[in-house]
Design a protein around this ligand. Structure first.
Ligand SMILES: Cc1cc2nc3c(=O)[nH]c(=O)nc-3n(C[C@H](O)[C@H](O)[C@H](O)COP(=O)(O)OP(=O)(O)OC[C@H]3O[C@@H](n4cnc5c(N)ncnc54)[C@H](O)[C@@H]3O)c2cc1C
Length: 343
């Protein structure tokens, strides 16, 4: 029999950032992950404090960005790499009035830290009204982040690359592992979890393309028109992701691939070749807040879910909230507490 402080189920942003909290605090644990490509693994990795439709910001944006920088610096100590790429988002303006709105908002107290009032014209893409840069925006190198982090856990025999079978839990034991706490970080997989399948997460399916551009932009920016376009490690660019809140099958939707290609053709001025199409399901919540907390009867069974479209910022920030709640009895913020659905 093996004794651990924690079992984590799931190796997406929720599971990995929670694992980091455990490593930082010297807790023993085992992570079960099916090893399938989930929303986290195919995500764009964008870290963005601004809602780019309306030029507004959101709850805890600045605190979350600061905490992400701190966390990534801590992770770099044991994986040996920095995964935060400081390439700012450049939002292409649709017309003159958007530009004026940006300028006006960049002078408000709330948006001043984020909206650069100096505009820039980009090459290779159509941007007759120019672009505005989002300060403090960045990008996580998603492929390297997951490859390295999961490899680190594997080498320490912490990661078990297999499905977790809920029917095999008995009290504080799963197979030959005895645990103090178990944290379910399963994304949309939570629907198969008999302890937490009632949490109201809604799948929002997203697709992206990996493309080879005939001509690359001179500067390594993240360009935002309808979706994000940015350079990857290799010779390719990422373009996506789409949003689709309808229940969909676990397969590529051809119409979404077409939609992506058409929207890229609409502003990229040269030819491109699609080399890959990927999709995933974001676990979203109507009130746009994550879901954290324990099971009503099994007090050491926890859920960590509902990261929505901001898997990185939410995943990183609320991992600490959950850890401090479990270990130090810190109250959960009511906005994210699972009990808000148990009235
Ligand atoms: C196209 C696209 C682009 C995105 N871009 C961004 C972005 O730029 N920035 C951003 O912040 N967010 C982005 N997101 C959102 C982000 O990806 C999600 O919020 C995030 O992935 C949710 O993480 P998670 O760990 O909760 O779930 P998931 O990523 O779904 O991870 C859950 C994991 O648990 C595993 N699992 C489930 N059940 C079991 C079981 N029984 N046994 C073992 N393993 C199990 C799954 O296999 C999976 O690996 C994007 C999403 C999509 C789809």
């Amino acid at each position: 029999m093996k004794n651990v402080d924690y079992i984590i189920v799931g190796g997406g942003y929720a599971g990995v950032f929670f694992a980091h909290q455990l490593l930082q605090h010297g807790k023993s644990f085992i992570m079960y992950s099916e090893g399938l490509k989930s929303a986290s693994h195919i995500s764009a990795g964008i870290v963005n404090p601004v809602v780019l439709k309306k030029f507004t910001t959101f709850w805890l944006a600045e605190e979350q960005i600061d905490f992400l920088s701190q966390t990534m610096a801590e992770i770099a100590i044991y994986t040996g790499k920095n995964y935060l790429v400081n390439e700012r988002i450049h939002r292409i303006f649709h017309d003159e009035s958007e530009k004026e709105l940006w300028l006006k908002k960049s002078q408000t107290e709330e948006l001043r830290p984020f909206l650069d009032p100096c505009f820039e014209q980009l090459d290779v893409v159509e941007n007759p009204f120019g672009t505005g840069a989002v300060q403090k925006s960045a990008r996580v190198n998603v492929d390297d982040f997951f490859t390295d982090f999961l490899k680190y856990l594997s080498e320490k025999y912490i990661l078990i690359n297999e499905r977790f079978y809920h029917e095999s839990i008995s009290g504080d034991q799963y197979k030959d592992v005895k645990f103090k706490n178990i944290v379910f970080c399963e994304g949309m997989g939570v629907r198969d979890n008999p302890f937490f399948c009632d949490i109201p997460v809604i799948p929002n399916k997203g697709h992206h393309l990996k493309v080879q551009l005939e001509q690359k932009p001179t500067n390594r920016y993240t360009i935002k028109k309808k979706h994000f376009l940015f350079p990857l490690n290799d010779d390719f660019h990422y373009y996506g992701g789409t949003y689709d809140p309808n229940e969909r099958e676990n397969e590529i939707d051809d119409f979404k691939e077409v939609e992506l290609k058409e929207s890229l053709v609409a502003f990229y001025l040269h030819d491109f070749k699609t080399v890959e199409v990927n999709y995933g399901f974001r676990p979203t919540v109507k009130d746009r807040r994550p879901i954290l907390g324990h099971h009503p009867e099994h007090l050491n069974y926890f859920v960590y879910n509902g990261l929505g479209a901001r898997g990185i910022l939410n995943g990183c920030y609320f991992a600490r909230e959950l850890f401090e709640h479990i270990e130090f009895g810190k109250d959960l913020m009511p906005e994210v507490d699972v009990t808000r659905f148990r009235k």
